[in-house]
Design a protein. Structure first.
Length: 295
């Protein structure tokens, strides 16, 4: 299958995690195709087929490569194209299970798939914590963020059985609390009252050219929403569902906690401003008034 914001001089993702730490970007060449086996998916706008959890996708090759990777969207698998494990796949494959793949060791398959689901959550938390540590206005909670990052990193190196015994939900709640405080500190840099859409159902909402600077959109359902031309400066997009949302011409250059997966699930064009080091998805269309410039 198949970033962050910086305000001020704090280290970015790699600096926050420290030299020699595991990467939080997927390396499919070091993974045993876990995202193509472990999760279940159902026929929908995201997936062209039904697949039970623990069963390999029919497009998964013996080499653990996707046979339709270059045509996932065309063949009805945009959910796969937008998926991001935050590097959990190679961590589980090469570290937790020391390079023993589930095909050659079928007795470990169920455990490996369960561990992958937990590891992905931990890696996602590491990504958000590192992104928060890169936000200078959140310096008042940097100590808490660093402690949370250290604890989370320590969890990722536990053996398989210990990972399965973790109370991941409780840990996520603790980490999310400090991430929310970091968000509040950063968004307070903008004057005036900010919109609070945390957890709101905004599916299909017409928010074209909306002033959403500093808005709280954590966990908001923006499926198919029209956000074209919207100002999302310092808007907190943690976990927001942006599938099929129009971001054409929207300004996300300084948005908070936006992931590459969210961009990949949305629709945009060359006029959409995205934060570094995220990249504009290749499937995004040119602006409506003409083709993309050559430069």
């Amino acid at each position: 299958m198949g970033g962050g914001c910086v305000l001020g001089g704090e280290p970015g993702l790699s600096g926050a995690l420290g030299a020699g730490q595991h990467a939080l970007r997927a390396d499919c060449g070091q993974c045993f195709g876990l995202c193509c086996v472990a999760p279940a998916f159902s026929v929908s706008s995201d997936f062209a087929i039904d697949k039970p959890a623990g069963q390999p996708c029919p497009h998964l090759h013996a080499s653990f490569r996707c046979g339709i990777h270059d045509g996932l969207r065309r063949q009805g698998f945009p959910g796969c194209a937008a998926y991001d494990c935050f590097g959990a796949g190679q961590r589980v494959s090469q570290v937790t299970f020391a390079g023993r793949d589930w095909r050659q060791n079928p007795q470990t398959a169920a455990q490996m798939f369960a561990v992958f689901a937990i590891m992905r959550q931990l890696h996602e938390l590491l990504w958000y914590l590192a992104a928060a540590l890169a936000l200078a206005p959140a310096r008042a909670v940097h100590g808490e963020l660093r402690r949370a990052l250290t604890v989370t990193q320590a969890m990722t190196v536990r053996p398989a059985q210990a990972l399965l015994e973790l109370d991941v939900r409780a840990h996520r709640d603790q980490v999310n609390a400090v991430l929310a405080r970091a968000s509040e500190l950063v968004r307070a840099e903008l004057p005036g009252r900010k919109r609070d859409y945390r957890g709101a159902d905004l599916a299909g909402a017409r928010l074209a050219k909306a002033g959403l600077a500093g808005a709280n959109l954590r966990g908001a359902r923006l499926l198919g929403a029209d956000l074209s031309g919207a100002d999302l400066t310092l808007a907190d997009l943690t976990g927001a569902d942006l599938r099929a949302a129009s971001l054409r011409g929207a300004d996300l250059a300084a948005s908070l906690f936006l992931t590459q997966s969210q961009l990949d699930a949305a629709q945009g064009d060359i006029s959409t401003r995205v934060p570094p080091p995220l990249t504009r998805p290749a499937h995004w269309s040119p602006p409506a008034d003409g083709p993309a410039p050559m430069s």
